[in-house]
Design a protein around this ligand. Structure first.
Ligand code: PMM
Length: 306
């Protein structure tokens, strides 16, 4: 029997620490802080993600990584079981769920608020059942349109990410005349499908989808025009962490910076996004971004000196 999870008063009579027998309160979306930008930590339970080199491919290493981020102060832990890198192979829903469900259960039990990073409705449904509170769909409803019904019936917050094509085709679809205007127009089209399925305005969180069918210059242009996305009237999430356009920016002697060398630049993007009012940032290294959101919140506070 797991005495840590037992209801108060029902654990072994000999336990010297009754407080440990209290179940942890379930983390709720409604209880997230609203006075600053939130930090979402990334746990990819995959052998082939570009950004963390498959470091959390087993349930144990993924749970440990998620707990480290949670105890460091991350507001949300985003758990995914399929790499979204360009050219990545599909995994079956069964394999995806075998990877993510034990990790979600453990993190929820520890008191973390968890989002599920998936393009599949069946995986999103299994994740919600396991205690996840947010659906993060990088396909922007393009892979499984039935996701809309699940979002409507579950009433779960839904991260609507802009993407064209899939992991294999997206790089060839990065053609825009006005990237911010076209991304907004395409997001409005998907948002209307969500509304038609019964999803509420409050549930939808908009993500520009940096790196998803965008080249480096287009990513920067989207970041420069976050206010156009904000005009849609939803919360905004920015996912720039360790992405290729940061590696290009930090090129030294013709060599792009490796993913793990992009965390300081990621924190700089966090500070700027937070200052511009983003609801959340999605990052691999949560500590520097937690500091960055504090800096941004302080900078945005009213002046107190004479
Ligand atoms: N990027 C990745 C995966 N999931 N989800 C959202 N909402 N936004 C993103 O930009 C995003 C995402 C890319 O892969 P990673 O997990 O290795 O960073």
């Amino acid at each position: 029997m797991d005495s840590l999870a037992a209801a108060p008063g029902t654990g072994p009579a000999t336990s010297p620490l009754p407080i440990l027998r209290k179940p942890r309160p379930v983390a709720r979306f409604e209880d997230l802080p609203t006075d600053r930008t939130l930090v979402m930590g990334i746990v990819n339970v995959t052998p082939d993600s570009f950004s963390d080199g498959g470091k959390h491919a087993t349930a144990d290493t993924a749970i440990a990584a998620g707990l480290r981020m949670f105890y460091a102060g991350a507001d949300i832990i985003d758990v995914g079981g399929e790499s979204t890198r360009p050219g990545a192979e599909d995994v079956s829903p069964e394999v995806e769920q075998q990877r993510v469900i034990p990790v979600i259960e453990a993190l929820v039990k520890a008191g973390a608020l968890v989002s599920i990073d998936t393009v599949r409705a069946s995986t999103a449904a299994a994740a919600l059942k396991a205690g996840a509170a947010i659906i993060n769909d990088v396909s922007g409803l393009t892979i499984e349109p039935e996701m809309a019904e699940l979002v409507a019936s579950s009433k779960a917050p839904y991260i609507l990410t802009h993407r064209r094509g899939d992991a294999r085709t997206m790089n060839s679809l990065a053609e825009y005349k006005d990237v911010a205007g076209e991304v907004v127009a395409e997001l409005v089209g998907v948002r209307d499908k969500l509304y038609a399925a019964g999803v509420s305005q409050e549930q939808i969180i908009i993500d520009p989808g940096l790196g998803f069918a965008k080249n480096d210059a287009q990513n920067w242009e989207l970041l420069q025009n976050l206010d156009q996305l904000e005009s849609l009237g939803h919360r905004i999430l920015v996912g720039a962490s360790r992405k290729r356009f940061l590696g290009t920016l930090l090129t030294v002697a013709g060599k792009s910076a490796a993913p793990q060398e992009r965390d300081a630049a990621t924190a700089a993007i966090t500070a700027i996004s937070a200052y511009r009012g983003a609801w959340a940032v999605r990052v691999h290294d949560v500590g520097p971004s937690l500091d960055a959101v504090k800096v941004a919140a302080r900078m945005a506070a009213p002046r107190t000196s004479q």
